[in-house]
Design a binder for this molecule. Structure first.
Ligand SMILES: CC(=O)N[C@@H](Cc1ccccc1Cl)C(=O)N1CCC[C@]12C=C[C@@H]1CC[C@@H](C(=O)N[C@@H]3C(=O)N4[C@@H](C=C[C@H]3C)CC[C@H]4C(=O)O)N1C2=O
Length: 113
């Protein structure tokens, strides 16, 4: 039993550069949309966020475990963020609907792990 995707949205994946106090797009200099999914591994009961560039190279720009007690901050209707042990991730969603769908799946995952 592998992993199943429990949601799929379009978003620009960003990382907070704490040194320079600014957001930088993950994976490249210029912000571009990625297909961001939440995968569930039922056997292990683990969840992770995986994002791949929508453009040609399908580069993986985020692969982040969802951990118990994680705080998911819906800073604006279109921009949500969370901390992992090493960095702060931000998602700039393509639509408010995508943002709401992702937040619902994310909060289910956080409650389940
Ligand atoms: C306790 C804690 O960790 N708090 C964190 C947030 C948090 C709270 C609770 C749980 C987890 C987390 Cl993660 C925190 O405050 N953090 C996390 C790192 C960054 C930040 C710290 C300072 C700056 C000040 C401005 C603000 C910010 O970045 N706002 C956005 C913004 O400036 N942008 C992005 C879009 C919209 C805005 C909303 C798109 C690009 C850029 C732009 O609009 O151009 N900040 C933060 O969010």
């Amino acid at each position: 039993m592998g992993e199943t995707s429990i949601c799929q949205v379009r978003a620009t994946v960003m990382l907070y550069d704490d040194t320079n106090k600014r957001w930088v797009p993950a994976g490249s200099e210029n912000p571009s949309f990625s297909r961001v999914q939440i995968y569930h591994n039922a056997a292990a009961n683990t969840y992770r966020v995986v994002g791949r560039k929508i453009q040609a190279d399908q580069q993986v720009v985020i692969n982040c475990a969802i951990i118990r007690g994680m705080k998911y901050n819906q800073a604006t209707p279109n921009f949500h963020q969370w901390r992992d042990p090493k960095q702060v991730w931000g998602l700039n969603f393509g639509s408010k609907e995508d943002a709401a769908a992702f937040a619902a799946a994310m909060m289910r995952a956080i409650d389940a792990v």
